[in-house]
Design a protein around this ligand. Structure first.
Ligand SMILES: *[C@@H]1O[C@H](CO)[C@@H](O)[C@H](O)[C@H]1NC(C)=O
Ligand SMILES: *[C@@H]1O[C@H](CO)[C@@H](O)[C@H](O)[C@H]1NC(C)=O
Ligand SMILES: *[C@@H]1O[C@H](CO)[C@@H](O)[C@H](O)[C@H]1NC(C)=O
Ligand SMILES: *[C@@H]1O[C@H](CO)[C@@H](O)[C@H](O)[C@H]1NC(C)=O
Ligand SMILES: *[C@@H]1O[C@H](CO)[C@@H](O)[C@H](O)[C@H]1NC(C)=O
Ligand SMILES: *[C@@H]1O[C@H](CO)[C@@H](O)[C@H](O)[C@H]1NC(C)=O
Ligand SMILES: *[C@@H]1O[C@H](CO)[C@@H](O)[C@H](O)[C@H]1NC(C)=O
Ligand SMILES: *[C@@H]1O[C@H](CO)[C@@H](O)[C@H](O)[C@H]1NC(C)=O
Ligand SMILES: *[C@@H]1O[C@H](CO)[C@@H](O)[C@H](O)[C@H]1NC(C)=O
Ligand SMILES: *[C@@H]1O[C@H](CO)[C@@H](O)[C@H](O)[C@H]1NC(C)=O
Length: 759
């Protein structure tokens, strides 16, 4: 625990009101770190380039995706990580490791924990069995380490230039050390670079530059390369996965050593400047306090919560924290082109985040949302395509569609325009929709490029669906349709009426793979999406909508079964209601998606089914949405390290939880939000434009959570949805009256289906 701030509580009308300055104490940085959540627990600033954390070998779960695992041996404390990803570990570069006594540089050095790690916003502490305590704190592009050594020992700090994360359980996607070099002065200031390749995005070699110094001068410095130890102020290696670096040894009896490290994708000089710009001295407390301040002003202060339920307070601020670690703001750190536009990297991945994390940014911080869109457009401008995923400054991989289209349409629809060149934005989207990306061989799915854009575009353009000649044909068809809807939104707004009509029409193409006869004997209804051949026949009349083989790269569906993908048309749910035979059968089929009332076909721990529990709103059965969201939040999520139901996926899972707790959910790429029911009596959003949005839940209790009536901005509201401008442009209030009886309270129009056409 870091004693920076005490918890400040006041009681108003029986509710605990938290002052923003103490909110960081509500955050459990270990939430979702285990059980596949893969959240990164180390210190970082919102969207920070530096994410400082421990890296472990022999993690119980196999690969340590964020570097962290509560078990295993620590082989470095490094400067860069991703958070919450599946795929494969990325980064884990630029490391130090505190050691005592004689060090065998010819073998992998590790330390072991003597107690569980302790972490809080901006600060992390490891106690090791060698008696060393390692504390560290991150700024944006630099960080600070403070080591406390036991008295009477000879302390040293290992700087291993080839350290990086690897993927023992997925060796085909592991990173490799390529080459690197380091030099040092006698005071222990060191600069160098490390080049790495590989990883989930199959990155070509990329280089990180770094600069480090120590508050105390070392008594000796050893260079090493392989098992050779020698006296030299420079050392390098170009042996794949060779070991090289420096061992800085300090005078016997030194008990406290602090070190600062800066990183840069540009040069060692810039890495050193990043230290000077961000760290005034070696006081770790100062850096922690600055980090806490940034989280409060940029993230936590955007949302005030009133509740007497401490679990919910912890959930909300912890989820806000985990939702703001990625992407990374790398403006000024782009090695490939220079530009005045913002630059963001570590979209790992947009396939995960477009549904609700990007829409969350667009509420809490639209200027940040605009920066992200500008960066996507600038990546198209200079690199050819907007990414579906990107890290280490390289696009890759695309799982289904080109979902940056939806991120862009979401901002456009919500009037988020801050500096965005929408003509270029639309050109970038059109490239996704019209230009097949250059073929890049991918051993996981060699049928088409998975680097960027839409690999199966030739089929989409020729047949109006993706045939089984391509892998993931169902996923691609469904996502290309939704992506084309996103194009129609922007085209319409820009006045390109023929493009708007063209893409709107293309957005209905998902119906081409609807097979009205498809069924499974365990369900009473018929009609699912299914792979289709080029000649227009469905591939196999017995195609099982409840199965997807492995739901992976070479299957017909990616990370979801046909029974899940059939709902993936947020732009035209009304057509789906019709195809499924009307309100009642639509609702009955929804019941089967989760185990509350039905069979439980969907996995809320993965993104394809994120919107599904809210779809009851489209047939004015909102009480069923409310009941289901209660069930999913209360049974699938829990506080603590194992609390997420799946990979966090860069904060996507936390964003889903947040909307569930707030009581509404975005339909990405549109202005619509679907109402559920809040978990807390009062939420206030402090909008960037100075307005506030209040969400008030009257008569809320453990049993009173069904909506009886709603008012928006003081007026009776008979719809179970609202649009962005109703609240988030000028501020406003939603007031829910709650009770224990599920009733159909909504008599107004169902939520819009803007992709619906009669053609
Ligand atoms: C340095 O890092 C590499 C790659 O992780 C590792 O193989 C090597 O054993 C490390 N060297 C030392 C001395 O720990
Ligand atoms: C780490 O060790 C220090 C010194 O022994 C001790 O004061 C502290 O409580 C320990 N922290 C944890 C998290 O175990
Ligand atoms: C390191 O590897 C990269 C990529 O292969 C190459 O461009 C660079 O010249 C190499 N540097 C050295 C010092 O060998
Ligand atoms: C390395 O340099 C130190 C002085 O800094 C000296 O005492 C030592 O003998 C040298 N070792 C080797 C192997 O040259
Ligand atoms: C607090 O909220 C959680 C999550 O909804 C719930 O499980 C718990 O019962 C609530 N605690 C109290 C004291 O109401
Ligand atoms: C992103 O980073 C740049 C460079 O450090 C900085 O100027 C800018 O303010 C950052 N963006 C935000 C929204 O904080
Ligand atoms: C499905 O299509 C593939 C080629 O696209 C073909 O090889 C296979 O025989 C078809 N299977 C059925 C059951 O029609
Ligand atoms: C129905 O689904 C179950 C579960 O996927 C599967 O075992 C069975 O073979 C399916 N039956 C048909 C006729 O597709
Ligand atoms: C389906 O439900 C909506 C919302 O209640 C209603 O307006 C519509 O008439 C219903 N359709 C039919 C065919 O009953
Ligand atoms: C609050 O809920 C209770 C049931 O728990 C109900 O009897 C009462 O009428 C509700 N009050 C209001 C103001 O809706």
């Amino acid at each position: 625990m870091w004693p920076v701030l005490a918890v400040l509580l006041s009681i108003v009308n029986g509710q605990i009101v938290l002052a923003n300055s103490a909110i960081n104490d509500q955050v459990d940085v270990f939430f979702g770190t285990e059980n596949g959540g893969n959240v990164f627990p180390g210190p970082a600033r919102p969207y920070g380039m530096v994410k400082m954390g421990v890296d472990v070998l022999d993690a119980k779960g196999g690969s340590a995706y964020s570097g962290y695992s509560p078990d295993g041996r620590i082989n470095g404390i490094s400067m860069m990580h991703e958070s919450g990803t599946g795929g494969a570990p990325q980064y884990g570069v630029v490391a130090q490791l505190p050691l005592v006594g004689d060090v065998d540089l010819g073998s992998q050095q590790t330390i072991e924990r003597s107690s569980p790690d302790s972490g809080s916003v901006g600060h992390y502490l490891v106690n090791a069995t060698n008696g060393v305590t390692a504390e560290f704190a991150a700024a944006d592009r630099a960080g600070i380490y403070k080591y406390t050594f036991p008295s009477g020992t000879t302390p040293s700090v290992l700087v291993n230039g080839s350290h990086h994360l690897s993927a023992p359980t997925r060796p085909w996607w592991t990173q490799y050390f390529v080459n690197g070099s380091l030099s040092t002065s006698s005071e222990g200031k060191y600069t160098g670079s490390t080049t790495i390749k590989g990883g989930w995005g199959e990155q070509s070699p990329w280089t990180i530059y770094y600069c480090g110094d120590f508050e105390t001068a070392p008594s000796s410095i050893n260079a090493f390369s392989g098992s050779q130890r020698f006296n030299s102020s420079t050392v390098s290696s170009s042996i794949q996965d060779g070991s090289f670096g420096f061992l800085f040894t300090f005078p016997e009896g030194t008990t406290s050593i602090s070190s600062r490290v800066g990183i840069s994708f540009i040069s060692t000089d810039q890495a050193c400047r990043n230290i000077e710009n961000e760290l005034s001295g070696y006081q770790i407390e100062d850096t922690v306090a600055e980090t806490v301040k940034k989280w409060n002003t940029q993230v936590f202060g955007k949302v005030d919560i009133e509740t007497d339920n401490s679990t919910l307070l912890e959930y909300i601020y912890t989820a806000l924290y985990g939702a703001h670690l990625l992407p990374s703001n790398r403006t000024g750190e782009n090695p490939y082109w220079s530009s005045t536009e913002p630059y963001y990297d570590d979209f790992f991945t947009i396939w995960d985040t477009f549904r609700c994390l990007n829409p969350l940014f667009n509420i809490l911080s639209p200027s940040r949302g605009a920066d992200i869109v500008r960066s996507l457009i600038d990546t198209w401008r200079n690199d050819g395509y907007t990414p579906d995923a990107r890290s280490a400054n390289q696009n890759g991989r695309t799982q289904g569609g080109s979902n940056s289209d939806i991120v862009m349409a979401d901002a456009y629809a919500k009037n988020i325009n801050d500096g965005i060149n929408w003509e270029d934005g639309f050109s970038a989207m059109k490239k996704n929709a019209e230009v097949t990306p250059e073929y890049v061989y991918d051993p996981k799915a060699p049928d088409a490029s998975n680097k960027e854009g839409r690999g199966a575009l030739p089929d989409w353009l020729k047949y109006g669906y993706v045939t089984r000649a391509y892998t993931r044909s169902v996923t691609r068809t469904m996502e290309y349709a939704y992506d084309d809807f996103a194009l129609s939104v922007v085209a319409k707004g820009l006045g390109y009426t023929s493009d708007a009509a063209k893409y709107l029409k293309r957005s209905t193409n998902w119906k081409n793979i609807w097979n009205p006869e498809a069924t499974n004997s365990s369900v009473s209804y018929k009609g699912f999406v299914q792979p289709k051949n080029a000649d227009g026949t469905f591939n196999g009349t017995n195609y099982d909508p409840l199965s997807c083989n492995n739901c992976y790269w070479t299957d017909d569906e990616y990370e979801g079964k046909p029974v899940e993908y059939v709902w993936a048309v947020p732009h035209d749910i009304s057509s789906l209601v019709d195809l499924m035979g009307g309100n009642d059968s639509f609702s009955q089929r929804l019941d089967d998606m989760f185990a509350l009332h039905g069979q439980g076909f969907a996995d809320i721990g993965n993104e394809p089914s994120f919107l599904t529990p809210y779809l009851y709103n489209y047939v004015n059965a909102q009480h069923k949405t409310v009941e289901l969201i209660r069930y999913l939040v209360n049974t699938k999520y829990s506080p603590g390290a194992s609390g997420l139901p799946g990979n966090s996926d860069a904060g996507a899972m936390q964003a889903w939880l947040l909307f569930g707790l707030f009581g509404f959910y975005p339909v990405a790429g549109t202005t619509t939000y679907l109402l559920s029911s809040p978990f807390v009596p009062k939420t206030t959003f402090n909008l960037e434009n100075g307005n506030t949005v209040e969400i008030v839940a009257n008569n809320l209790s453990d049993t009173n959570f069904y909506v009886q009536s709603v008012q928006i901005n003081g007026e009776d509201w008979n719809k179970n949805w609202f649009s962005h401008e109703d609240l988030f442009e000028n501020g406003g209030t939603i007031t829910f009256e709650l009770d224990s009886q599920p009733i159909v309270w909504e008599t107004g129009d169902v939520p819009p289906s803007p992709g619906h056409t009669n053609s």
